[in-house]
Design a protein around this ligand. Structure first.
Ligand SMILES: C=C(O[C@@H]1C=C(C(=O)O)C=C[C@H]1O)C(=O)O
Length: 97
């Protein structure tokens, strides 16, 4: 991680990372929509076991990086809840439901 020499430099670095985070979340969101095409039921769309795996992997990664796993769980919960809703809408629009 880069060592910054001023508050402005810190903020500039944060601003760049925030944009990258949003771009990654956007890419994730587009992938989630594609998943609907490979599913047959609403239970498949929700895939609770897969959510548990994703959450556990995210928590483990947070712990390995020394950041609070509960913060990551909270962020992922908001993100996944929203994305599953989007996938359900995509699934319904596909006419399979
Ligand atoms: C993308 C999927 O669909 C849903 C979205 C998930 C996610 O946001 O990671 C995980 C499981 C499903 O609830 C999937 O089944 O992999």
């Amino acid at each position: 991680m880069k060592k910054c020499n001023s508050l402005q430099e810190v903020r500039d670095e944060i601003d760049v990372l925030d944009q990258q985070l949003i771009e990654l979340i956007s890419q994730r969101s587009h992938l989630i929509r594609q998943a609907a095409a490979f599913k047959d039921t609403i239970e498949d769309v929700k895939a609770e076991d897969r959510i548990d795996d994703v959450m556990q992997r995210a928590r483990n990664k947070a712990i390995s990086l020394g950041i609070n796993p509960n913060m990551i769980s909270d962020l992922f919960k908001v993100m996944i809840d929203e994305m599953v809703e989007t996938e359900i809408a995509e699934f319904r629009n596909s006419g399979k439901f």
